[in-house]
Design a protein around this ligand. Structure first.
Ligand SMILES: CCCCCCCCCCCCCCCC(=O)Oc1ccc([N+](=O)[O-])cc1
Length: 264
């Protein structure tokens, strides 16, 4: 009997050891969760090159979602972000991969809902009054139209991927004020665009918090690397014109990626 007790405790100890070895091995082998990257051109990586066969969506191999996936081996990776996307087209065109098994989502959206491209075009082609007026219109849409649009997007994401951690990424300020630029927009226009970026970030951050999502604020990461900084991580007006006012490779790898990595 004594012998039996002794051997059974030996067996129990062996089982415990074996179990912890197996669990340790399991933890080591566990991949990052299934990851879906949603959003507009700041997430697709327009401006960062290497778009493969992604067509007009301009999904870059150098965009932060692709860089994160390459470094973290998620169990699956669906990259549906698309240049020009609004909250509405994210819902209608990007959510197919979402499901109960989705563990991680990144998303940037809202800039195109308030006319980002139109505002930039107006500021380049027209005078100060038109530019400031276009910025003012965009800012009024940020408080009137955008919160409801973001609510609809975030509620839909939550319903379609109830178990996911959702990281909502913001946008950088575009300009370093009193910087090195000798041509381009007026200082008043640059300041107005920066203030618009700040308002856009606050609206998005507040809506994200209301849904229990994490907000990735990239403004700090881009500080010192805005247009007119001399070490810009954003394209100024450039050719091809679609790259203008978008993060370059450094903006994705050194601006967006570390902020997302810290929140993923
Ligand atoms: C929003 C009013 C102007 C305020 C300036 C704020 C600057 C930072 C905010 C940037 C927001 C950009 C989000 C949109 C990114 C995007 O998808 O850009 C486009 C890319 C491509 C197209 N397009 O039509 O091909 C249109 C838009």
């Amino acid at each position: 009997m004594k012998l039996f007790r002794r051997s059974s405790s030996v067996v129990a100890a062996l089982l415990l050891a074996l179990t912890s070895v197996l669990m340790g091995a399991q933890q080591a082998a566990a991949a990052a969760p299934a990851y879906v990257a949603l959003g507009d051109s700041y997430s697709s990586g327009t401006g960062a090159g290497d778009y493969g066969d992604s067509g007009d969506c301009k999904r870059s191999a150098n965009a932060y979602p692709a860089l994160w996936a390459a470094a973290n081996s998620p169990s699956s990776f669906s990259f549906t972000a698309c240049s020009g996307a609004t909250t509405t087209t994210v819902i209608s065109g990007q959510l197919a991969p979402l499901g109960a098994g989705t563990g991680l989502i990144s998303v940037s959206a809202g800039g195109n809902d308030v006319g980002f491209a139109d505002v930039m075009t107006t500021c380049i082609l027209e005078g100060e009054e038109s530019c400031l007026s276009a910025v003012a219109t965009a800012r009024s849409q940020m408080s009137s139209l955008l919160p409801g649009r973001l609510n609809t997007l975030y509620a839909t994401i939550k319903t379609r991927a109830p178990n996911a951690r959702v990281v909502v990424m913001g946008y950088p300020r575009l300009y370093m004020l009193n910087g090195t630029c000798i041509v381009g927009l007026r200082e008043s226009e640059r300041a107005a665009l920066n203030a618009a970026s700040d308002q856009l970030n606050s609206v998005i951050s507040a809506r994200a918090a209301a849904y229990g999502f994490t907000f990735g604020d990239v403004r700090g990461a881009f500080t010192g690397h805005e247009i007119c900084s001399g070490d810009a991580w954003l394209h100024s007006l450039t050719v091809p014109v679609g790259n203008s006012y978008h993060p370059n490779q450094d903006g994705q790898a050194l601006g967006y990626l570390p902020v997302f990595r810290a929140r993923a």
